[in-house]
Each structure stands twice: as C-alpha cells, then as structure tokens.
Ligand binder design. Structure first.
Ligand SMILES: CC(C)(COP(=O)(O)OP(=O)(O)OC[C@H]1O[C@@H](n2cnc3c(N)ncnc32)[C@H](O)[C@@H]1OP(=O)(O)O)[C@@H](O)C(=O)NCCC(=O)NCCS
Length: 376
C-alpha cells in the first residue's frame, strides 16, 4: 500500500462578520417587537413571552465571540431574521455558484501551498453539511472552473463532512483510483439557523476549507503531513436534527416551521457524544500502538469550547493548554464540518518534523471521524 501525505490546506472566510453584541442587539429588538405585538395573548397566558439573549451567556456557554457569514444584513433585520440570497449565487455555465466559489477560493490557497496546479489533481471530493443543490454536483462544477482532471463527486456528512471526505480521499489514493485529491468543504450553515431561537441563534458561521492530499512518492519537497491512519464511527441519534430537505416543497406549512431549521438537544449531545469521542480516540491511539503522550496536538471539531476542553482533559488526564487543542471558535463560531480542518490550517506552523497530531470531528448523526498525522 502507498502512503498518503497532506501537502496543502486553504481556508476562505466570508468577509461579513457579526459579533455577539451585534447579533444579540438585533435579536433582543426582535424579542421586544414580538412581545409588544403579542402582548394581549401573552398577558392572557396564551403565549409565553420571548426572552432576551445575552452576549456574555453566548461566550461563556460556547466560546464564540463572532462569526462570519455569506450575509449578515438579513440576519440583523428584525423583519427577516435570515441571510439574504447573494446576487448570482446560483451561478451558470460561465460563473461559479456560491458554494463552488467559496470552495475554489480555499482550493487555490491549498494548491499554492502544495505547489500544485489544478490539473495535477485527479479527484475532487466536495463535502459539506449543506449543499446548495443536488445536481449538477458542486464538485464537478469546481472541477470545471478550476480545471482539475479525472472525476469529482459530492457527499454530505454533517459536522464530519470534511474528515469523512479526507478519509475517502485517503482510501482512493491508497487503492490506486486517484493519485492527488482535492477535498473541498464549503460550509453555509448560517442558512439553516433559526435566528428567532434564543437557544441556537448564536452557534454557526460560514467558511470553506480545502485540503490537497497526494500519493507520498509523488509529493513535492514542501511541508507534508503523512496520514498514519484513519478511523470513523457512526451511531444514530435525533438529538441534532433538521427536517429541511427535498420534501419541504411538498409539505404543507413547512416553510417557517421550527423543525425545518437546525434543532438540537444541546445538553444531551454534550452528555452522549463526549464519551463516544473520548473512547473512540483512546481506541484509535491504542490500535496504532500510541498513547496520548505521543500526540503533540489535537485539532478537534469546533462546536463548543467547554466540550473541547472536556474531551481534551479526559484524554490527556490533565488540564489542556491552548497548544494541546487549539480553538478557532471565538472568531468563526461552529462552522459545521470545517472546524477541525480550520484549526489544523491555523495552528500547525510551530510543530516540527516527527510531531504527531490528530484531526478529529464529531457531531450530528452521531458521527466521529479522525486522521492521525505526522509532520514529515
Ligand atoms: C448549545 C449550548 C452552547 C448551550 O449551552 P448550555 O450550557 O447547555 O445551556 P442550556 O441550553 O442548558 O441553557 C442554560 C440556561 O441559559 C439560558 N439560555 C439559553 N440560551 C440563551 C441565550 N442565548 N442567552 C441567554 N441565556 C440563554 C437557558 O434558558 C437556560 O436557562 P435556565 O437555566 O434558567 O433554564 C451547549 O449545550 C452545547 O454547545 N452543546 C453541544 C452542542 C453541540 O456540540 N452540537 C453539535 C452541533 S454540530
């Protein structure tokens, strides 16, 4: 079997940024307007009043201070409470669609870092928690506009979208069906957030990541991270769920119903998913003949600072430092499938040859996916 090396990563961050304070100000205005409009029903006990959100709560409960989105103006408009559809977002034969464009911006950085041209790539895997359409595949659109060779396809895997795609790319190279893979992961999760819901309006941001993986004997002499092993696990749960999908069009009254948005039982997710993740990582290390002391860094999924610190502490058996498990939540929020790859992109330059790390996602499904890597 051949070895596989990660030779480049890229991240595209949408310029529109919304701080907790800006988000909460708009939300609280919406709440005041709602309560004033429904005062008679609320006073009569027919409707519960809506409650204010708080920037302090958001930062303490999640570690998030801000998020970037494809559009923020619609989110802070109390009459709309969702992003605006960006001009030209559907694209056409001559212009890429919104997600393809985001993916391409991240891909160009990853290709530059790898010292590769688009036509060196023979497989594109486009993977994201949400995809703006079913066909033609976004991956094929990126293949067309970037000029990669071979094939391209799409996949969806919630918050493990990037890691599961990387595992697929790794397997494609190992089995000989590809030599150089471009994994693209354009996340537009802000489009599924219920900005009228105090429990979840703060969680998500948009971003795109890209990773170039090459057969190790074909990789150049630049920075490289050999993939030493991969592992994935799934277990069904409804605790993170959305009913939005192709049936939405034909379901009466579906359009604005709460279950069409992202809905979660946050506490249950915390309680149920963390033991799965810590057991999963411990077993992966053990199966590889390693202990946690052999790992210099864990680039974990970025859903919640408390969750990450809990997992890292449990695995390390001590209080984690920011270097053990870096977070990028403060500036980007939860970016669905992208979080662990963003952390890997932004927090690896200080590591030296021979250092090992773990890129690990966890989330809806439930799903857990991880790659053990060593810096060459
Ligand atoms: C969502 C999450 C941040 C909420 O944090 P939490 O500490 O569990 O908070 P809770 O939902 O239990 O709420 C605690 C209190 O804060 C209140 N609260 C909730 N949202 C609030 C807001 N925006 N502003 C102010 N207060 C708020 C609640 O009403 C509750 O009040 P109470 O104690 O009087 O009942 C957290 O549960 C989480 O991140 N879980 C994991 C989720 C995850 O990883 N999901 C994967 C997504 S891909």
């Amino acid at each position: 079997m051949v070895d596989v090396t990660i030779t480049g990563t890229g991240v595209y961050v949408p310029p529109a940024r919304l701080s907790n304070e800006e988000l909460v100000e708009a939300f609280n205005q919406y709440v005041d307007d709602y309560n004033a409009t429904h005062k008679a029903d609320i006073d009569a006990g027919l409707l519960p009043p809506k409650q204010h959100s708080s920037a302090e709560f958001i930062e303490k409960a999640s570690g998030i201070k801000a998020r970037h989105m494809i559009d923020t103006s619609g989110v802070v408009d109390g009459n709309r409470m969702m992003p605006h559809f960006p001009e030209g977002a559907h694209g056409d034969d001559t212009k890429p669609s919104l997600q393809a464009d985001m993916a391409m911006q991240a891909a160009r950085e990853a290709l530059d870092q790898a010292g590769r041209k688009a036509d060196d790539i023979d497989l594109v895997i486009c993977s994201a928690a949400l995809q703006q359409r079913y066909f033609p595949a976004l991956g094929i659109e990126v293949q067309h506009f970037l000029g990669t060779r071979g094939t391209a396809w799409d996949m969806i895997m919630g918050c493990s979208s990037a890691t599961f795609a990387l595992i697929n790319g790794y397997n494609a190279i190992r089995s000989g069906t590809a030599t150089r893979v471009l994994m693209i992961n354009p996340e537009i999760f802000s489009t599924l957030v219920n900005y009228r819901d105090r429990d979840s309006h703060f969680i998500f941001g948009d971003i795109a990541t890209a990773v170039v993986m090459e057969r190790s004997d074909l990789a150049g002499s630049g920075e490289g991270w050999r993939i030493d092993g991969t592992k994935s696990y799934t277990e069904f749960s409804s605790n993170i769920r959305s009913h939005y999908g192709p049936l939405t069009r034909i379901e009466d009254d579906s359009w604005d119903r709460d279950d069409m948005f992202f809905v979660q039982e946050g506490r249950k997710v915390f309680r149920e998913l963390l033991p799965i993740v810590t057991k999963f990582v411990s077993e992966q290390l053990e199966d590889s003949g390693l202990t946690v002391n052999d790992i210099s860094r864990m680039w974990l999924h970025q859903a919640n600072i408390n969750m990450n610190m809990y997992a890292a502490k449990k695995l390390l058996n001590r209080a984690p430092t920011p270097q053990d498990a870096p977070t990028v939540l403060d500036e980007y929020g939860n970016t669905a499938g992208a979080g662990s790859v963003v952390a890997f992109h932004e927090h690896r330059a200080d590591l030296k040859s021979g250092d090992r790390g773990l890129i690990c996602s966890f989330g809806a499904g439930y799903s857990v996916g991880s790659l053990l890597v060593t810096k060459l």
